[in-house]
Design a binder for this molecule. Structure first.
Ligand code: PLP
Length: 426
């Protein structure tokens, strides 16, 4: 079938993500992808400025990942982890344990970020239940995003997670502002005193809140959360699904940059370099030991059918190889410096509230909700694929992006921002 055929015939059957199907602009049919570039069915080429939702860190079709997945397909595409073992999952678990700091040594595989966070929440709640304590709620933060399933929605920002729409169906959590200074820490300390004995843990996206609006915080916040977790005997969960695996440039993981040891970490998005769905929930020794018992009901009661999928794990192992053999963190830092330089002029444009960069994340925030379709169309005219949301236009490019690629992306962002300014002043 030609692109126009499969597209026209399938279009009314595909229900799109976060999309008002009645009014949305049609998605762009993609024929193939290579490196930084998507080739559309009509022959146009776009630079992918957001790495397919932050996953494709090594670019599309990196030959090393492609070879690993192909070889795995030909030997063992998948086998259940219940009662059976395979090399790729066991090797990946060992490598992740080695890369993560401290005794974050125990890896539970799943197949999406939301499920990895569900597993982290279940782990934390059951850790206390196994000790006879019923502590099933979580402290979480305004502006946070942890996934789209019911439990993860409950720990998202109340507006983003649509808490009022789903009232009654969602678990009720304790949602607060992130503590950003000593006063914030003291206030949270006082609040936690009141919830004593009800909370299992704290769930936070370390250093950057992504899908909630690309908002940054300092290591202080995470250090404060560690102190509070220790003082109130809460488990600290770092959701590194966005920021983990090199995106921030200074280290592989945000917890290392902040110098904070969480009890549980979640990873997904970049784990397979954007090739296959895979996620991991990694727990410390203390958490894992909380499940060791002669009582079978003390086992972690979770087991996705496709957990530890062999092709996904082969892709993830190949992706970790690339972090060792190619200078991804250096590249992320170079991208960061270039984004700083080239996005700075946007600060003076009308309608712009803030411009900020952390690692290989560049953000232009507007003083109002952005006309996403219009901004995106201008970027496409400039040969760049970006997907603005709420009040931000941002880039999270593949870490292989070279100077010209980043210049193309930032030029498109500035052009789209200028256009918005013209609309505002007209
Ligand atoms: C994307 C994301 C998730 C959810 O991952 P999915 O694979 O989309 O379910 C959870 N947490 C964070 C921080 C994310 O960025």
């Amino acid at each position: 079938m030609t692109a126009s055929e499969w597209y026209a015939r399938g279009r009314e059957h595909v229900w799109l993500p976060y999309t008002q199907m009645k009014t949305a602009r049609a998605p762009l049919p993609v024929a193939s992808a290579q490196g930084m570039r998507l080739t559309l069915a009509d022959g146009r080429e776009l630079i992918d400025g957001i790495s397919s939702w932050w996953a494709c860190v090594h670019g599309y079709r990196h030959p090393h990942i492609e070879a690993a997945v192909r070889q795995q397909l030909e030997t063992l595409p998948h086998v259940m982890l219940g009662g059976l073992a395979h090399e790729q999952a066991y090797t990946l678990a060992r490598r992740l344990a080695g890369l993560l700091p401290g005794d974050l040594d125990h890896v539970f595989f799943s197949d999406s970020g939301s499920v990895a966070v569900e597993v982290a929440m279940k782990m934390a709640a059951q850790f206390w239940l196994n000790q006879g304590q019923r502590r099933v709620k979580f402290l979480c933060f305004k502006g946070g995003y942890h996934g789209d399933t019911f439990a993860t929605m409950s720990v998202c920002d109340p507006d983003e997670g649509m808490h009022s729409l789903f009232k009654g169906a969602l678990l009720e959590q304790v949602v607060v502002e992130l503590p950003r200074d000593a006063a914030g820490e003291a206030a949270l300390d006082e609040l936690l005193g009141r919830y004593c004995g009800e909370l299992a843990g704290i769930v936070v996206e370390p250093l950057v809140q992504g899908a909630g609006g690309m908002v940054f915080h300092d290591p202080f916040t995470l250090q404060a959360l560690r102190r509070l977790a220790d003082a109130h005997d809460l488990l600290l969960i770092f959701d590194e699904i966005f920021v983990g695996l090199g995106r921030l440039g200074d280290a592989m993981f945000a917890c290392q940059i902040a110098g904070v040891q969480p009890d549980i970490v979640t990873l997904s998005k970049a784990l397979t370099g954007g090739t296959l769905p895979l996620a991991a929930t990694i727990a410390s020794k203390r958490i894992h030991e909380g499940f060791l018992s002669d009582d079978p009901l003390h086992a972690l009661m979770h087991g996705p059918t496709y957990m530890g999928n062999a092709m996904g794990c082969a892709a993830a192992n190949a992706s970790l190889d690339l972090f060792e053999s190619e200078p991804r963190l250096v590249q992320a830092r170079a991208i960061s410096a270039q984004l700083e330089r080239q996005l700075a002029p946007a600060r003076d444009l009308p309608g712009v509230k803030d411009v900020r960069v952390r690692g290989a994340i560049g953000v232009i925030q507007f003083d109002r909700m952005a006309p996403a379709d219009r901004l995106s169309a201008i970027c496409i005219d400039h040969g760049v694929w970006l997907r603005p949301f709420r009040d931000v236009l941002y880039t999270t490019p593949p870490l292989i992006a070279d100077e010209d690629d980043i210049t193309r992306i930032t030029s498109a962002m500035i052009a789209a921002t200028r256009d918005l300014g013209e609309v505002i002043s007209a």
